[in-house]
Design a protein around this ligand. Structure first.
Ligand code: ATP
Ligand code: MG
Length: 592
């Protein structure tokens, strides 16, 4: 089916200067795709005769040996005070944590979970866990007790590292229901006082343990990481990744995020999600950069100051954050200059063309969209620094990644679609960070593959230049009177109306059209949601999209339901509109 759309491609392509092209790690896309080899990169990274590996060898061991005094992580607190951990220090604390796990008899393959914010202990926990062959599973610190309980139970976690405060509020009430959780290590917020019964002070437990630890060499397919999905389309899934994933983390950090060893890199994602671990810890450390870690939450003025004062070179953030910054206008961004900044990239949700162009006005460079999922473990599609950006497009596949637009046929085969045809983004298995399973759900894992292709669940089309354009999740795409309607496109158009802050578009059943488009709109503060405004937004949508695609109805809400990682939950809007059960809401942002 052809996309009933054209309005997304409303800006001219942004070409890159010759200087940018020449300095980038990837400067000739086609040549890089032709010559790229995962086997070659794996051999370069591990250089071992026994084919064994461990993520930690690349993320910490090698750099700690070569550049022990180089800052690996720079923490900035509320007062903008900096504390740095060098590669050498990080290695020593990771080693001590690995020795602690050994001491308490944690076997390779056991799950070590973290419930932490962006504190120094997080980094030694991740790396120490991997070093001794256990599986690391991050949990999001803002979850309540029940989502924490269900994930720890599903994971069968043996160890939990958390803070005193988080333990008391969230883990103590559920502790007795988790018999397999043997050890709880506490990062103290205050030095004094008794810790709760059945927990141990992490610093005390590690004190006196050796600062050396021989990283355990493992086969490439050994499980390493367990991440839970965002729960946007239903109950969150536990996704398992193996040690080989670091090969894809490293390649994408070099090619898609253009990381060079001298860079300061800032990934704003929370360490409770896959982006916060893949690109907030492992991939950048594997490139030997200095990570900037902000211990505070999003604040417009603070963020610009952090970017400027820390001379951030590469910044990886998300559309929700960019939209917040856009709302504040250009004045705060212009209070600083950013001569070090080279690349701004985004992931997590569709990036509207205006957000890409905002980068041009604010920083003199576009925002580079990237696409991937918890299941893919690493960036699969990207706008590369040296390559032309079409605002609104997600970019092109990473070298080494074979992505197509596909459709399942009734006979179980897969049809690969021609340019401009809408279908599902499908990937040919073989990239190193492909998930190795859904935890306790082998059937669902098997169902994600058809005839040698992984089906991502995201609809898109590819244009004649090879760029992928997002349409919507398969569950969210709307079919109305024979038209295939992209919720992303309709939302982009609605958001251009001066009264609209954010919008979400869903398909509701209709006996004649099959589905009709319904918009749910969050208004800007000064507007009242009355019939006149409804008519005005409708008229605007009809003008820009045409009557066939424009919404039939508009509802106003105070705030759209979002996941805690910032994704609009269209599923929830649909079931609410139809009066159906709401299902798993464990990742719903509380304000919704
Ligand atoms: P769940 O699978 O539990 O419903 P989720 O799919 O939101 O949650 P994640 O793995 O965190 O969980 O998110 C991946 C999804 O986010 C992608 O499948 C896609 O729908 C969306 N996404 C990520 N990056 C982009 C992008 N650049 N453009 C459009 N959508 C994106
Ligand atoms: Mg998903």
């Amino acid at each position: 089916m052809q996309p009933a759309k054209t309005t997304l491609a409303r800006f001219s392509p942004i070409e890159k200067s010759l200087r940018t092209v020449r300095a980038a790690n990837l400067w000739d896309y086609e040549a890089m795709c032709r010559h790229f080899s995962w086997d070659q990169l794996r051999a370069d990274l591990f250089d071992r005769s026994d084919d064994k590996m461990n993520i930690a060898m690349v993320a910490i061991d090698g750099h700690a040996k070569l550049t022990p005094n180089k800052p690996a992580v720079r923490f900035v607190d509320a007062e903008f005070t900096r504390t740095e951990l060098t590669y050498g220090e990080l290695l020593r604390s990771a080693n001590r944590f690995a020795n602690l796990l050994r001491l308490v008899a944690i076997e390779p393959g056991a799950v070590v979970a973290s419930l932490l914010g962006r504190c120094p202990e997080l980094y030694s926990t991740v790396l120490g866990t991997l070093k001794c062959g256990a599986i690391f599973a991050p949990l999001f610190a803002a979850f309540g007790p029940e989502p924490i309980r269900s994930r720890l139970e599903l994971a069968g976690a043996r160890v939990l590292v958390t803070t005193q405060h988080l333990y008391e509020r969230k883990v103590a009430p559920i502790r007795s229901t988790l018999p397999t959780l043997r050890h709880i290590f506490i990062v103290r917020e205050v030095a004094e006082g008794e810790l709760p019964h059945g927990t141990q002070d992490l610093t005390q437990a590690m004190s006196g343990l050796s600062e050396t630890f021989e990283t355990v060499p493992l086969s490439a397919d050994t499980p390493a990481l367990l991440h839970f999905t965002s729960g946007t389309t239903g109950k969150p899934k536990g996704v398992v990744h193996v040690h080989d994933a670091i090969v894809a983390h490293h390649a994408s950090a070099r090619l898609a995020l253009d990381l060079h060893p001298q860079d300061v890199f800032w990934c704003t994602a929370d360490p409770g999600w896959v982006t916060g671990i893949s690109y907030g810890v492992l991939a950048p450390l594997s490139c030997g950069v200095t990570l900037l870690v902000d211990r505070e939450e999003l604040d417009v003025e603070r963020w610009y100051r952090l970017l400027a004062e820390n001379e951030v070179n590469v910044w990886y953030t998300a559309p929700t954050a960019i939209r917040m910054l856009m709302k504040a206008g250009l004045e705060p961004v212009k209070r600083h200059t950013y001569p070090a900044l080279r690349l701004i990239a985004s992931v997590g949700e569709p990036l509207n063309p205006e957000a890409v162009m905002w980068g041009m006005g604010a920083f003199g460079m576009p925002v580079h969209d990237t696409w991937w999922q918890t299941e893919t473990g690493a960036i699969m599609i990207a706008n590369f620094l040296s390559q032309t950006v079409w605002p609104g497009a997600m970019g092109r596949p990473m070298p080494g990644v074979h992505a197509e637009i596909g459709r399942r046929r009734d006979d179980g085969t897969v049809e690969i679609l021609a340019p401009n045809e809408v279908g599902e983004i499908v990937l040919r298995p073989g990239w190193p960070s492909m998930f190795s399973g859904y935890l306790n759900n082998e059937q669902r894992y098997q169902e994600s593959f058809t005839n040698g292709w992984y089906f991502s669940g995201d609809q898109a089309y590819r244009d004649e230049h090879g760029y992928f354009w997002f349409i919507g999740r398969t569950d969210d795409v709307i079919k109305s009177s024979g038209h295939l309607i992209s919720p992303f496109e309709v939302e982009c158009a609605l958001n251009l109306h001066p009264a609209v802050m954010q919008s979400a578009v869903i398909g509701l059943p209709d006996p004649v059209a099959g589905q009709v488009v319904q918009a749910i709109v969050e208004l800007r503060p000064d507007y009242a949601g009355d019939d006149e405004l409804r008519r005005s937004i409708m008229a605007h949508a009809r003008r820009s999209l045409g009557a066939a695609i424009a919404p039939r109805g508009i509802d106003f809400v105070v705030s759209l339901p979002r996941t805690r990682s910032g994704k609009i939950m269209r599923r929830l809007l649909r079931v609410r509109a139809l009066g159906l059960p709401e299902g798993d809401l464990s990742t719903l942002e509380p304000s919704a």
